[in-house]
Design a protein around this ligand. Structure first.
Ligand code: ADP
Ligand code: MG
Length: 646
């Protein structure tokens, strides 16, 4: 620590108040030698504070020059000024300007954060200084739990954190009673004895008499400058190696870590408000994640239902379209059609279906069965799962064997808990053998179904009956649209008229997929609007918070925070609010998904990692975008005006 020589040459500072221009300083020439203790006296409004603010690099002169050591302050940018403040000057204000959301230690450590002092060193030094002021037991108290005199001593401790060689005190005893004022003054005298330059503004002639030099102001000019004698000593000054200020990387990391810590503290200090602000983000994120999950769930449900139709298969039905009232009267699809189609090179298999509702009986147990005459590939094409015995074979079809496969529900209705395979059941009085049991896809299906080879079904039960439909499985790798056209041509040629219609599962799947995608995008954008509204809420509250914390911002600047530090802090606050809100929103969405699962809601919510990632990314973006304006507002504050604000 070696105090620089301070020199003002013809310094002037003007303020525009309404029409007229007030000269707070009017051509001041002043040299302060290293290690001097100077009292600045004068009537209120004579320009003392303005002078001290300019000397501490919080303010700039409108004209004239100011040198700190060899450095011409007029040539520095605002970051250089901030650096000079934090490395060289320590401020003590009449109203202490301690930050109430920080502990005593936190307040004292603050300048160390901006100078990039390592955390452990910062803590040790803060503890030592607080100990020196006899307030060790109050380290974790809040400033407002201390008396005025104690707070002012903490403010001086803060000024010493970066080992300031020049202490600027603007009426430090102005708000204190006589005894506390004397204690503060004796501390300043000790600091002077260590070789620091002490510049102290006071109304009090008594206080001024402690200093060896008194400079008197009137109307922005020096009207008297008188000197006494001088003494020197040393104790609180850093003697060991100075802390690593020139390793920028850990300094940046520690500054960001500290900004996070401080933003958490600011959030906790205003729990209700933070919670309400977050609510907007929570709702927005929940909406985005849940809506994307709902879309995904709906897509899955529809695709599952479509896969019942079988992938890459065509359904051929009698009539011109779904719901054709004449469909059942038209004898259009015959077993011969199915055989003709099966012979085509692009066809893997066909599965003609005839259906009738017939009575089934096993001893005393009865059931109204929906009996279908099907081909051997029917089960595979329709995605049915065999749970017992075997499915129907082509042998069953060619031999028209009286075998039947029951649905699991039909089996349990007719055979209770016993194993039905190999047993005989009477269908419409014809005995048939149960060879297998299948589970139907889609749990909603409660129909009592039975399946026989279509040949056996016709021969033994219903006679020559038209087919209900033909399911056609397309050979692997052949385009379903081409097959649809070929099938249509073939059948139209065979029938002479187009008395059938074809359902192409692939086409349905594709068009459904397209519709769903459009729909999902639409709802997701609505949800995004909710998130945006949440973001605007964050911006609002942040702006209010900047307004309320103006003095804190001014203080941070006074102890060496650069614009970018203030900016970073408020940006991080916005992002933290958004991230915490976002995490809660994701948690709520998970809760909703679990709930819809438990309640077996028809529309499941399927949360994908992508959706969560998207929502998180979007929230951070919201924080960045909506935090920017408040952060910039904060960073652009003028430190002096900020400190003077109520
Ligand atoms: P002191 O500290 O000696 O009481 P100041 O340096 O605070 O005096 O003020 C000097 C003069 O400058 C006063 O006339 C005051 O009204 C004026 N002044 C100070 N700050 C401002 C400001 N921000 N805007 C307008 N006038 C100001
Ligand atoms: Mg003043």
């Amino acid at each position: 620590m070696r105090a620089p020589r301070l020199e003002l040459r013809g310094v002037a500072r003007f303020y525009n108040s309404g029409e007229e221009t007030v000269a707070a300083l009017d051509g001041v020439d002043l040299i302060i030698e290293p290690g001097e203790m100077v009292a600045i006296v004068g009537a209120s409004g004579s320009g003392k504070s303005t002078l001290v603010n300019i000397m501490g690099c919080l303010d700039r002169p409108n004209s004239g020059q100011y040198f700190v050591g060899e450095v011409d302050v007029g040539k520095l940018d605002s970051d250089d000024l901030a650096r000079l403040r934090r490395d060289c000057f320590g401020f003590v204000f009449q109203r202490y300007h301690l930050i109430n959301t920080l502990t005593i230690s936190g307040n004292v450590e603050l300048p160390g954060i901006y100078s990039g002092m390592p955390a452990d060193q910062r803590r040790r030094r803060a503890n030592r200084i607080i100990g020196y002021f006899g307030l060790s037991d109050r380290r974790s108290s809040r400033p407002n739990q201390l008396s005025g005199g104690q707070q002012q001593r903490i403010a001086i401790a803060r000024a010493l954190m970066n080992d300031a060689s020049v202490v600027l005190a603007d009426e430090p005893t102005g708000a204190l009673d006589r005894r506390s004022g004397e204690a503060v003054l004796s501390v300043l005298k000790e600091l002077h004895a260590e070789g620091r330059t002490i510049i102290i503004i006071t109304h009090d002639r008594d206080v001024a008499s402690h200093a060896q030099r008194t400079v008197e102001f009137a109307d922005g000019r020096i009207i008297a400058d008188s000197r006494q004698s001088c003494i020197q000593a040393n104790s609180l000054a850093e003697t060991g190696a100075p802390y690593a200020r020139h390793n920028p990387f850990p300094a940046v990391v520690s500054r960001i870590v500290n900004a996070f810590a401080m933003s958490f503290r600011a959030m906790v200090a205003q729990k209700l408000r933070t919670g309400l602000t977050m609510l907007g983000i929570i709702i927005g994120v929940t909406a985005v994640v849940a809506v994307i999950g709902l879309g995904e769930g709906a897509r899955n449900t529809v695709m599952n239902q479509l896969s019942v139709l079988g992938t890459n298969s065509l359904g051929i039905y009698p009539g011109r379209d779904f719901g054709d009232p004449n469909a059942s009267a038209v004898v259009s699809l015959t077993a011969a059609d199915a055989d003709a189609l099966a012979a085509q090179p692009y066809v893997d298999s066909t599965s003609p279906e005839i259906a009738a509702s017939l009575k089934g009986r096993n001893g005393g147990l009865n059931a109204n069965l929906q009996v279908s005459g099907v081909g051997p590939s029917y089960f595979r094409t329709n995605g049915m799962r065999l749970v017992a015995g075997r499915a129907l074979t082509s042998d069953d079809v060619t031999g028209a064997h009286p075998n039947v496969v029951l649905s699991d529900i039909a089996a349990s209705t007719l055979f209770k808990d016993t194993n039905p395979t190999g047993r005989t059941v009477l269908i419409d009085r014809a005995p048939v053998t149960v060879v297998g049991v299948v589970a139907l896809p889609g749990s909603g299906d409660t129909a009592l179904n039975a399946y026989m080879a279509h040949s056996a079904f016709r021969v033994r039960l219903v006679g020559a009956m038209p087919l209900a439909n033909i399911t056609l499985r397309i050979r692997y790798g052949v385009d379903s649209d081409l097959v649809e056209r070929a099938v249509s041509n073939l059948l139209a040629r065979r029938h002479g008229v187009k008395d059938f219609f074809i359902v192409n599962s692939e086409q349905i799947r594709r068009s459904t997929e397209r519709t769903m995608a459009t729909f999902s995008l639409l709802i997701a954008s609505l949800a995004a609007v909710a998130l945006l509204v949440g973001g605007i809420g964050v911006m609002n509250i942040m702006l209010i918070s900047v307004g309320e914390r103006t003095r804190e911002i001014g203080l941070r600047m006074a102890v060496g925070a650069r614009h970018i530090d203030i900016m970073t802090q408020f940006m991080i606050e916005a992002i933290v609010v958004c991230l915490v809100g976002g995490s809660l929103g994701i948690a709520v969405a998970f809760g909703l998904a679990a709930l819809s699962d438990v309640l077996l809601l028809p529309l499941p919510i399927i949360l994908s990692f992508d959706a969560i990632l998207l929502a998180s990314g979007f929230t951070v973006l919201v924080g960045l975008v909506f935090g920017y304006l408040p952060a910039r507002t904060a960073a652009r504050l003028d430190p002096i005006q900020a400190l003077a604000s109520e």
